[in-house]
Design a protein around this ligand. Sequence first.
Ligand SMILES: C[S@@+](CC[C@H](N)C(=O)[O-])C[C@H]1O[C@@H](n2cnc3c(N)ncnc32)[C@H](O)[C@@H]1O
Ligand SMILES: [Zn+2]
Ligand SMILES: [Zn+2]
Length: 632
Amino acid sequence: MAGDSYQDTLFTPSADASRHTRSVITSTDLSALINDSADSRQEPYAVDVDAGKNTTLYQAHSYWTKVPPQGIRPYIDHFTDPGDLVLDPFCGSGMTGIAALSESRRVVLNDLGSAATHIAYNYNTPIDPDRLELAVDKLEAEVADFFEWLYTTECTDCGETREIKNTIWSEIRECPHCGETFNLWEPAVIDEKVEERKNGFVRDEFDCPACETSLTKTDPEYRGIEVSRIEYKCTPCFGRKYGLKEPDEADRQLLEDVSDTLEETELWYPTDDFPDGYNTRQPIQKGLTSVDKFYVDRALLAMAKLWDEIQRWEEDAVREKLEFVFTAIANRTTRKHAFRPWGGAGNSATLFVPTFHREQNIWVTYSRKANDIVKAQTELYEQYPEDLDNYLRVHNGSATDMGFLPDNSVDYVFTDPPFGANINYSEMNFVWESWLGRKTDVELEAIVNSKQDKDVADYELLMRESFAEIKRVLKDDHWMTLVFNNSKAEVWNALQQSLRDAGFVIAQFATFDKQQPTLQQITSEGAVGQDVMVACLNVDDPTEIGESLTEDEIVRHVRQLLPELAEKTDRRTARGIYSSVVGFALNNRRSVDNLDFETLVETLERHFEAKTLEYERPYKDVVVEQTLWYVE
Ligand SMILES: C[S@@+](CC[C@H](N)C(=O)[O-])C[C@H]1O[C@@H](n2cnc3c(N)ncnc32)[C@H](O)[C@@H]1O
Ligand SMILES: [Zn+2]
Ligand SMILES: [Zn+2]
């Protein structure tokens, strides 16, 4: 549990004067950010927030469910004037800051997670990109020899010493029949598929190499991991393609030497035990009980070396950005990173440890990320106001208590709050926060999570306190836009009740077409689906909430809705229709307490016609199905 030391931390953008990841900044003077104009927009407003996810800026540093700045910008333009103050009380990676600052608005970013405020702060305090580039070069010079030792192998064709790019690890399994252990790769992986970069590279059934009993992937038990293949660069032999080899004696010796070095090293690395949680359960079952064990030895040693060099940096503003690059790779370099023959491994909001792991060359990964971050910083450095001190504060604390902000000081709130049990932020942020040395104070985390002993009532209470606090700091008759998504009636109900109790009126509820369903949306029913935008007005006397919708009313609404939709659109999915029904209830101030996703699907089945379409995406060989609904 975190102490009080940083919960009140208010980061000012004068990065040179602050070591924000280590100490407390007490400059709480916000007067430059606040105006006393009472003007406000009359009309609600909603557009899709999904634009701009394929930009270097957006992808420079990951976070769980990011809303792209390009999507937020139209809201800022509609609801505020230049110089106005925008607040995001659940800011995550601080995308609202980018939208606001690049439009000359002032902004306060707040989040409970210290990883979130680390990311939000660094995204929004760009330094001169030349300084960062120079620093990365200098860092490379510092670590070059060490990294050369870590990532060297012999080319199987020409025998020259070459640089290792990736190392593919496979699980060791124990045969339930003969008790022998074996490297799963050998009997289970289809090497041609790996070479052709295709999916379906693991056999459904294979024989135990010792006793030849037929096994499936789940039969033999986990007994650790071992290197299976090494990808390295040898331009004379393979051109731009990587060479792929089985580890030889020297490769195995190197890994042993690395492990010995790690055992004796004086370099610091985090050894924090994972908390008992939802996402941590699977890694803990595999024996990965702490953050250090989440990395293979070589990756951990390389990360520890980098972190050590970064911590020695003298200029704080530069050191912070080098740390920012570091945290941007700190998850994808763990054993959570799956090996997939076609490349990347996605970045799902889980800590799931896969059977096959691709260990990346840490310097290759770091320097690539540094390039992206330099590009992102260049873009912002040019757009941002020069006197950033008068425009930005980043605060690490709970939205339930924003005492650092005076009453009636904020012109507009744009925020994407946690949605019930969808994502366990404090668990997902644990690796980052262990390196940063500051953990989220989970007691105030707004979430439904039985491991934290929190049910929907606890979530509702935290949301109500947050909305009450937002109401206090937001000027009268001013707006708050919420990005929200959930398929559970009880969570919608918690949102509806807590908004009303705090003194907000839901003025508009909007959903948007998503052209292409993402793999996550289609494959896992519990996954986050379509975003909905809820416009809330801060009023004196919010109206009462009426009875819940009857099945008849729901059917009538859907009968009206479907003919208005395009023939193929994901608004015709059960999920899209669900959002529409919830919106219908909220817009009409009717209770949403009976609107569960499962219940709606049953209603659809009784009254409407389903057609199933097949899509081939996003990877070769992966066909996904999508069910759309029509009036019979
Ligand atoms: C949906 S995310 C925001 C993501 C953000 N829109 C982005 O683009 O990165 C919700 C955030 O709420 C934070 N959170 C949870 N409980 C909180 C609380 N009581 N006060 C402030 N933030 C909280 C989580 O740490 C998480 O970062
Ligand atoms: Zn070669
Ligand atoms: Zn066997």
